[in-house]
Structure formats: structure tokens, C-alpha cells
Design a protein around this ligand. Sequence first.
Ligand SMILES: CC(C)(COP(=O)(O)OP(=O)(O)OC[C@H]1O[C@@H](n2cnc3c(N)ncnc32)[C@H](O)[C@@H]1OP(=O)(O)O)[C@@H](O)C(=O)NCCC(=O)NCCS
Length: 158
Amino acid sequence: MSIKPPPYTYDEFQVGMRLRSQGLTITEAHVVQFAGLTGDYNPLHVDEVFAKNTIFEGRVAHGLLTLSLATGLFAPLVAGTTIALLEVNVKFLKPVKIGDTIYVDTEVVDKKPSNKYNGGVITFRLEVKNQRDEVVAVIDQKLLIARGLAVKNNVLRQ
Ligand SMILES: CC(C)(COP(=O)(O)OP(=O)(O)OC[C@H]1O[C@@H](n2cnc3c(N)ncnc32)[C@H](O)[C@@H]1OP(=O)(O)O)[C@@H](O)C(=O)NCCC(=O)NCCS
């Protein structure tokens, strides 16, 4: 059986399709660079002495870092076929700590053709899991996906 490599087009995504990403180990560098990039130096993320005395008993990754890294793990599926990211809803269920390894289980939950663009809106549910297969975050996101490469001439209906 041959499986087409990503990215996938609007027509290739089918409701119920599930795809698992590669894993990614969260490092000190991820947390420190994300703090620097965003300016979010909350002691929960950057002060080990403070964080040890919290309910997490140590530093945790920023929730938005987990969201961003999960998006990166998902990204190859839609690299080149995305017209635009439309909507993101996320729940953070368990802490992600330095040294944890996350991966993303993606499910296609809905698709609706667009009248305006040559493609349609696809709703994806991304379950972000750790090395114990615990779900640490659930991301529901909608993307406008093209029927081919998402260049202007392909996606704008005449
Ligand atoms: C995406 C964008 C170009 C759409 O603009 P637009 O064409 O004026 O928007 P419309 O409201 O006509 O939406 C286009 C279609 O998407 C659908 N849509 C838009 N947002 C949606 C949402 N959150 N949920 C479901 N459907 C949505 C609309 O119903 C419409 O469907 P139709 O073609 O069948 O009528 C514009 O909103 C934009 O530039 N947003 C910023 C996107 C972005 O920067 N994302 C991050 C980087 S990729």
C-alpha cells in the first residue's frame, strides 16, 4: 500500500482521518527562547526556586509554547495547501515540563467547501500527548485549505 506524503489538499483530507506526528523533547532552550521572544517571564516558567513551591513543583512550559510547538508538529500536513489559519481553541489539561516528549495526534473532524475560495474550511482536533500518552492539551482549529497549492491563481474563484 502506498501512502501519499504530506501536505494534503482539501479533497485528500477526509473526516475521521487520523495522523500522528513525530515526537519532540521539550528543552530548557525552548522555554528560555519562548520567554525571550514573547517577553513572558512569569516565574512559573523561568524561576525554578519559585516554581518548586507551586502546585507544579518545578518550572512548566508556557501553555502558548506547547500550543506553538504542537502547531509546528502538525504543520507539515498543511505546508503549501493552507490558504489561512482561521480559528484556534485550546484547553491545557496537564503541565508540560522540561524533558517531556510531546507528539500530536490529529483528527479531521469536519470539512465544509467554501463558496469564495477553491477549497474549504477543515476543522482539526489536535491531541497533544506526552511520553506517558497522557493528553496534555487539546487544540481545535479551523484552516482554510486549498484543493492544490495555495497560490493566489489557484484559490481565488473567477
Ligand atoms: C482568511 C481571510 C483572508 C478570509 O477573509 P474573507 O475572504 O474576507 O472572509 P470570509 O468571511 O468571506 O470567509 C471566507 C470563508 O471562510 C469561512 N470562515 C471564515 N472564518 C471562519 C471560521 N472561523 N469558522 C468557519 N468558517 C469560517 C466563511 O464562512 C467563508 O465561507 P464561504 O467562502 O463559503 O462564504 C481573512 O479573514 C484573513 O486574512 N484573516 C487572517 C488570517 C491569518 O492571518 N491567519 C494566520 C496566518 S495563516
